[in-house]
Each structure stands twice: as C-alpha cells, then as structure tokens.
Design a protein around this ligand. Structure first.
Ligand code: A3P
Length: 327
C-alpha cells in the first residue's frame, strides 16, 4: 500500500519519504484527480511507519467532519481559530480559554512530536460535533474516507518563499533543524524538508478547488480581505450569517496583534511545553505577506522561484494566479 525510502537531510530528526501505491498499486484511486502518482513522494519523520500510515488510512470519518489541510507554516492556526469559531457558534469565551491546537487537534501529530499522546485515537474519540481536525499531509496520504460525501475540507495555501522563511524560524526555534538558512533553502528545493514536495501539496488541492467539498483559500487572501474570506467560508460551512457586530468582533479577535497578545491565541507557551525552544522563539512571528523580501537573499529567492517555474510549467498555472501579485 505504501512505499518508503530513507533520505539524508540536515534536519535533527531522521526523515524518510513515503509514497501511496494504493490497494491496486496505481496510487490513491479514491481522489478526484487522475495522474501518475509514482512521482509523489512525501518527506516525513521516520516515526511515520508503515503501521502509522495504515492507521491514518483506516481513520473513520463522520459525515459532519471538517478538516483543515495545509502545508506547514501556511497560517494553519489563524484559519483554525476562524473556522473553529464559525463552527462553534462564535463561542469567544471557549476560544479565549484554551489553545486552538487543543480545540482542533492535529491528526498525525504523534509522528511529529513525542508527548505520549496518541493523536489518531484522540481525533477518533472527539465527542463534539462537528469534529474539526487539522492535517499537514498531502492529498494522497490523507485517510480515503476524507473524500466521503459530506466531509468538508478547507485547504489553506501560502506562497513558498514566506513558507520557507516561517518554517526556518519555527524549526530552528524548536530545534527540529540545525543549520543555516542557505542550507535550509537547499533542502526545501530538494524536497528534504518535512511535508515536501511543497508544490505537489499545493497544486493537487488547487486542482481540486472546484470540488463541492473543498474550500481552497490562501494566506494572502486572508491578509488582503479577511472579511471576504469569513463570508465565503461561512457559506461553505453552512453557518449562519454573521451580524455586523459579530463580524467586527471576529475580525478583531483574529487580528495578528490581538491573537499574539492572548495567552491562548499564541501557541508559543504550548509549544515550549512540547520541545525545548530558543529564548527568542515566538510562534506569532511577523504575520505578514512578503516577509521573504527582507529575509531571503536574491540567490535563495531565485532557487525557490526556479523550483516554482519548473513545477508549475506542467500544470499551466503561475504562482501569481494562485496567490496574487506580491510585488
Ligand atoms: P510568520 O512566521 O511568517 O509570522 P502555522 O499556523 O501554519 O504554523 O503558520 C504560522 C504563521 O502564521 C506564522 O507566520 C504566524 O505569525 C502566522 N499567523 C498566525 N496567526 C496569524 C494572524 N492572526 N494573522 C496573520 N498571520 C498569522
């Protein structure tokens, strides 16, 4: 069902690559995408064993489930907070008394952090309705039941250069990575960073963006016009229309500075209980579009742009069609 191969990278945890061959050997035939899946390898920690992949494959969904799928550092927590509030009748009180990551658990987290919790079982046993589950896995490694009619999938994408910068700070801050930004970029473009290939991850969902159960949106759209994203997402999730004052309250709650300042809006504290963090580590770092502009050298930008051009050529789509112009 799954093929795996080991790789060498500068990450401080051993990484492998996993491919879904599907029960018939020709890839995940349950996805509404037809393509040759033999090129789709996903880099993951080696804790993502055969048995672990099988448990993800066997994960039972419910018709009312909502899943949030992202490539890491794409604004997942921001979207989690937004969608959780819409799905939970704007319960700001609950949102202000526990971490987003707790209210909306992470399906494959046990393969990333070792905190003794079995997150697949935890997600399985959620009693509240609907369940709102996060995953960073690419389409082909998600549980096939995700695609069952009724389940809703929100896919949030962010431009690759900002993802690289944000990931570098995050992974070095948590000691998942030891090395320079130059080395990090080299591993990113060689698909040697967890969850890469970045572009395969994004493009497969971009191509499924018109599926009835998929809501494809970008961090850049959220930054440009959050109100519009809230309105569209609310319709997708079949939530009640928000009054003007509810909308104002929600936008204020989701504002970067406000989230950063709230104990349970900023996951820095929670993460430092899971891993030893650098003194200057802050999960809520800059929260802007284009932080690569003053953080990535022209050489590193060029390497990522070349990867983008090479990958997207086959699909006849440009980066700015997906994310809008960043100039
Ligand atoms: P930066 O490191 O560029 O600041 P994820 O939740 O997928 O790990 O993504 C984290 C990124 O989203 C970080 O980006 C973080 O600052 C940003 N982010 C989190 N909450 C945000 C908010 N309310 N508004 C804008 N960006 C936010």
């Amino acid at each position: 069902m799954y093929a795996r191969r080991s790789i060498k990278s500068s990450a401080s945890v051993p990484l492998i690559q996993v491919q879904c061959k599907g029960p018939n050997g020709s890839g995940p035939e349950w996805l509404p995408l037809k393509q040759d899946w033999s090129s789709r390898w996903c880099t993951l920690p080696d804790r993502f064993t055969e048995e672990f992949s099988q448990r993800i494959y066997d994960f039972n969904t419910r018709d009312s489930d909502v899943f949030l799928v992202t490539f890491m550092k794409s604004g997942t927590t921001w979207m989690q907070e937004l969608a959780w509030l819409l799905l939970n009748n704007m319960n700001f009180e609950a949102a202000q008394s526990s971490y987003t990551m707790i209210r909306s658990p992470y399906l494959e987290k046990s393969a990333i952090y070792s905190d003794g919790v079995d997150y697949i079982s935890l997600c399985n046993d959620i009693q509240t309705n609907p369940r709102f589950i996060k995953s960073h896995l690419p389409a082909q490694l998600l549980p096939p039941q995700f695609w069952k009619k009724g389940c809703k999938i929100i896919y949030l994408a962010r431009n690759p250069k900002d993802v690289v910068v944000s990931s570098f700070h995050f992974l070095t801050g948590l000691d998942f990575w030891r090395g320079s930004l130059d080395e990090f970029v080299d591993d990113f473009v060689a698909d040697k960073m967890a969850f890469t290939s970045y572009w395969a991850h994004v493009i497969d969902f971009y191509r499924m963006r018109n599926e009835e159960n998929v809501f494809f949106v970008t961090y850049e759209e959220m930054s440009r016009n959050l109100k519009d994203v809230v309105q569209r997402l609310s319709r997708f999730l079949d939530c009640k229309e928000l009054s003007e004052s509810e909308m104002d309250k929600l936008l204020t709650h989701l504002n970067f500075k406000n989230m950063k300042g709230r104990k349970f809006g900023n996951s820095t504290g929670l993460l430092s209980t899971l891993r030893k963090t650098k003194d200057d580590f802050n999960f809520m770092r800059r929260g802007i579009v284009g932080s690569y502009k003053d953080e990535l050298s022209p050489e590193n930008r060029n390497k990522i742009d070349k990867l983008t051009e090479r990958f997207l050529e086959e699909y006849g789509v440009t980066e700015s069609e997906i994310f809008g112009s960043m100039e």
